[in-house]
Design a binder for this molecule. Structure first.
Ligand SMILES: C[S@@+](CC[C@H](N)C(=O)[O-])C[C@H]1O[C@@H](n2cnc3c(N)ncnc32)[C@H](O)[C@@H]1O
Length: 330
């Protein structure tokens, strides 16, 4: 369990919290690799328990299952990128590879997933081998800000809810531009503040801060910042849309966290299910069956989950600002 040793778990939790308690955003950005890695070392087991292999949200249709909506969201991206067999595509911040395996299997394109978290890669490689998908999906352990890849290698690039972890978006997008072929497409889903976010509103500011702490983010940005960063990096904007708006009214993207979803499988993600997990982690900690600090992780993930629901309900935040851009032909 977890990418942190039992002895250093409590210490890692304190370090992570310390990085967020410091009001200095620039300091958090400077330590982004540590921040993100610590977060995912701590949170990956909680994620797989509540979410499975696909660490992202989706705009769900009524009468559509949770997992099906996640996979449809991935296929939407694959279709926009026009992936087909023989192409090689980069998945930026690939988690344990749920989307990468689905997209590779669905399109026949080869997908290389880059991730900086060794624990997630280890878990992802085991699943990929078990599914006999190694010929189509592979992992690269690297910081996406500095890819060990030659110029112009990839036919397409996508990112799902991962570029929000970058300390400098323009720098990240320039790096992705560098490894793409001229004319190649880059698409993704970004975590963003929307036009409804009002910096002078204290409730909005609390939602933003709690989303950042609960999700390992240095600083959330507005959708316009993402567009500007893509253009500054040299891309041509093809399409942008907040696809949160495409969900049916009764099944918004935050439904899995809000407690309004029924069913046993959904239970661990609901507020009550998360509270039960929280009590359980405290008991395990007391019995010394889980490392000290486990319940604190559960606490800040819960706080982050409640803030995501508040961000969704107020419309001040979206985890699915879709963009499609092209690297110009040389
Ligand atoms: C919210 S998860 C999304 C994972 C995956 N895209 C999915 O949908 O299942 C964000 C991912 O980005 C990775 N990540 C964050 N910062 C990174 C960096 N600087 N370099 C490489 N991977 C990074 C994390 O380790 C994590 O796997």
């Amino acid at each position: 369990m977890s990418g942190v040793s039992r002895e250093s778990f409590g210490e890692t939790v304190s370090q992570y919290r310390g990085l967020h308690e410091d009001a200095d955003v620039e300091k958090r950005k400077a330590q982004y690799a540590e921040l993100v890695n610590q977060y995912y070392d701590l949170a990956t087991d909680f994620y797989t328990f509540g979410w499975g292999e696909h660490f992202h949200f989706a705009p769900r249709y009524a009468h559509e299952g949770f997992l099906e909506s996640l996979k449809r969201h991935e296929r939407f991206l694959a279709r926009k990128l026009r992936l087909y067999p023989g192409m090689e595509c980069l998945d930026v911040g690939c988690g344990i590879g749920g989307p990468m395996r689905h997209i590779a299997k669905h399109t026949g394109a080869r997908v290389v997933g880059v991730n900086n978290n060794a624990y997630q890669i280890e878990r992802g490689q085991k699943i990929t081998r078990r599914r006999k998908l190694d010929h189509l999906a592979s992992f690269m352990k690297a910081d996406f800000m500095n890819l060990p890849v030659e110029d112009g290698r990839f036919d397409a690039v996508y990112t799902i809810e991962a570029s929000c972890h970058a300390p400098d978006r323009v720098k990240l997008f320039r790096e992705l531009y560098r490894v793409m072929k001229p004319g190649a497409l880059f698409g993704g889903y970004e975590w963003c503040l929307t036009d409804r976010y009002d910096e002078s509103n204290a409730e909005h500011r609390t939602i933003k801060k709690d989303i950042e702490i609960g999700n390992g983010l240095p600083d959330l940005s507005h959708t316009s910042v993402v567009d500007a960063a893509l253009e500054e990096a040299g891309f041509e904007l093809v399409e942008t849309e907040d696809v949160a708006e495409t969900a049916d009214e009764e099944t918004p993207w935050y439904l899995p966290l809000s407690g309004e979803e029924k069913g046993l499988r959904a239970f661990p993600r609901t507020p009550l299910g998360r509270e039960v997990t929280n009590v359980f982690t405290r008991v395990l900690e007391k019995l010394r069956l889980a490392p000290q600090g486990t319940s604190q992780v559960s606490d800040f993930l819960n706080q982050g989950a409640d803030a995501l629901v508040a961000g969704g309900k107020t419309g001040t935040f979206t985890p699915m600002y879709f963009f499609l851009v092209r690297k110009p032909e040389a």
